[in-house]
Design a binder for this molecule. Structure first.
Ligand SMILES: [Zn+2]
Ligand SMILES: [Zn+2]
Length: 303
């Protein structure tokens, strides 16, 4: 699972930061979370092919999070895309997609399938599940968790050999969860030679939000939490008023949810130097970075 930060500014773009969009490369699929204006150019810069994009997940309908979708769809039509594109978002997504598909003159060459997602909703996909929760912002918004399916436990060949299993096809059978039966009638079960199932990787993107319990729950034990950090601690009033978070608040969420790593994003244009945000967050949670455009993060499988 590789995360590419395509836009990390909040509300207004700057020379260094574009507006929110995050690409996520899964084993078999390319996903996009939020799609601000200019996202398609950021994809070109990052070497992320929009033609390979399978689905777009929108957190909410403030312009800085979705206005790039219209342009992206029209570019894909110019490139003669034929594969369906899925778009998910909070209630109202279907209506919104309908509207922007009707903008301007172009010929749509593929199907755009829009789906409204309810807070608390789940979406099964091949090898992983998308889960959502409602965030606390000035308009309705969703946070998304991408949760990979658990993997079978670790295989211990020495245990299999000790039970009389020979290397070869029988090893593969045990690994894939099947029991082996010898001519003598003796049976070797996978659980005798394998460890406990290993949880899959988990990435959570909270979108624009005040700190909230739902996100703590959604992000529990995540490998990576990407959280709003629009304002430094001294501008808490402004954060409360506009429905955003400060470094202490984002770090507190990461700590409570026991995530492995925190990435701060949606940085207000006032912070040309983001070191203050990082310092403040570190006072509460150590493994934290401030996202920058084009930053890439690989979330590795643990053995
Ligand atoms: Zn925003
Ligand atoms: Zn917003």
């Amino acid at each position: 699972m590789k995360v590419v930060f395509l836009g990390t500014s909040g509300s207004i773009p700057t020379a260094e930061r574009n507006l929110p969009a995050i690409a996520l490369r899964m084993d078999r699929e390319l996903l996009l979370f939020d799609c601000a204006e200019g996202t398609q150019r950021q994809m070109v810069r990052a070497g992320v092919s929009p033609m390979r994009l399978k689905a777009v997940f929108l957190t909410h309908f403030h312009g800085d999070h979705f206005l790039g979708l219209s342009g992206l769809v029209q570019t894909l039509a110019l490139m003669n895309r034929t594969d369906e594109l899925e778009v998910y978002g909070p209630p109202g997504t279907g209506e919104l997609v309908e509207k922007f598909l009707g903008l301007g003159y172009y010929k749509l060459t593929f199907k755009v399938q829009a789906h409204d997602m309810e807070p608390g909703g789940k979406l099964r996909r091949e090898g992983y599940t998308i889960k959502t929760c409602e965030v606390e912002h000035s308009v309705q918004g969703l946070a998304y968790a991408v949760v990979e399916d658990p993997r079978p436990g670790k295989f211990y060949p020495e245990k299999a050999i000790a039970l009389g299993v020979e290397t070869g096809p029988d090893f593969s059978r045990l690994r894939s969860g099947q029991s082996i039966e010898f001519a003598s009638g003796q049976v070797v079960k996978p659980e005798q030679v394998m460890g406990l199932p290993r949880p899959g990787r988990k990435i959570v993107y909270a979108g624009d939000s005040r700190p909230c319990e739902q996100v703590v729950e959604l992000a529990q034990d995540a490998d990576l939490l990407i959280h709003d950090c629009s304002f430094a601690n001294e501008l808490l009033d402004k954060a409360i008023e506009s429905g955003h978070s400060t470094p202490w608040e984002a770090a507190e969420i990461a700590k409570k949810a026991k995530v492995k790593q925190l990435v701060l994003t949606h940085i207000s244009p006032r912070y040309a130097d983001d070191s203050l945000l990082l310092e403040e967050a570190r006072q509460i949670f150590q493994n934290v970075v401030v996202a920058r455009d084009m930053m890439e993060l690989e979330v590795q499988r643990e053995d």
